[in-house]
Design a protein. Structure first.
Length: 257
């Protein structure tokens, strides 16, 4: 069902069962997957690809040009997967050519009201962004991470899988997987124990991650010493610990501690 007041460019592709509410604007080159529901007054810009069964709430701006001085009108993309919930007044920007040309949002994410995803971000699956969470450009968020309300994440930062960032947190360095971070300049406060329990992590994995956290962040060793120590520890063979170590080893902005 498409409301008669909606403005949809003839070159846009609209799948079966899509619902488009009053005063929605859909530009050329947009594709919308079947079953997606778009509430009133949503703008969807050229170069946006939306998957199946998404819900986009009123007054959101989806796929507008990136807020980057280097952008000169090139054709770039915003790619949104399936089953995403995008609430009121959310802004999701297309990419820049220099950043790879694609802003990507995976599947089953919940992006709450007034959140912002800037150009060239890559968000995984089942990520939660609470009200007013703000991502600068070129940020990567792995699966199952949570960004608390009114938090701000600096450009080029990474947030690891199952990490939890508390509300009103300023993130200027990478947040490792499975960790809890909070503060006006993010600091780590141990494991995201509640999140790991909810996702049914094994007792062995949680115990190993706690040990890894103590060695890396609370032992007094340098980061290099701690990583060498863990490489020689049997817990490094667990998938979760191995991912934690690899995430830290590949950090370019440094790790919040």
């Amino acid at each position: 069902m498409i409301h008669p007041t909606a403005i949809i460019d003839p070159k846009a592709e609209v799948g079966e069962g899509v619902e488009i509410g009053p005063y929605v604007v859909v530009e050329k080159g947009v594709s919308i997957g079947e079953g997606t529901k778009i509430r009133p007054h949503v703008f969807i810009g050229e170069g946006t690809r939306i998957g199946k069964n998404c819900q986009i709430f009123q007054f959101s701006s989806i796929g507008e040009a990136p807020q980057a001085f280097a952008y000169k009108g090139e054709k770039t993309l915003l790619i949104i997967g399936d089953n995403n919930v995008i609430r009121e007044y959310v802004t999701l920007n297309r990419a820049t050519v220099a950043g790879g040309g694609e802003t990507v949002i995976g599947n089953n994410n919940f992006i709450m009201a007034y959140s912002h995803v800037a150009h060239d971000c890559h968000i995984g699956n089942q990520v939660i962004m609470a009200n007013g969470a703000t991502l600068a450009g070129h940020i990567t968020i792995e699966d199952y991470a949570t960004v608390g309300g009114h938090s701000a994440v600096h450009q080029f930062c990474r947030i690891g899988t199952h990490a939890f960032i508390s509300g009103l947190t300023g993130v200027s360095q990478d947040i490792p997987p499975y960790m809890l971070a909070a503060g006006d300049r993010a600091k780590l406060y141990g494991l995201n124990s509640v999140g790991l329990k909810r996702h049914r992590f094994s007792g062995e994995a949680v115990k190993a991650l706690k040990k890894a956290y103590r060695i890396i962040f609370r032992s007094g060793m340098t980061l290099e010493q701690a990583l060498r120590s863990l490489d020689e520890d049997p817990i490094s063979q667990l998938q979760e610990v191995r991912h934690l170590l690899q995430f830290i080893q590949h950090s370019k902005r440094g790790i919040s501690r």
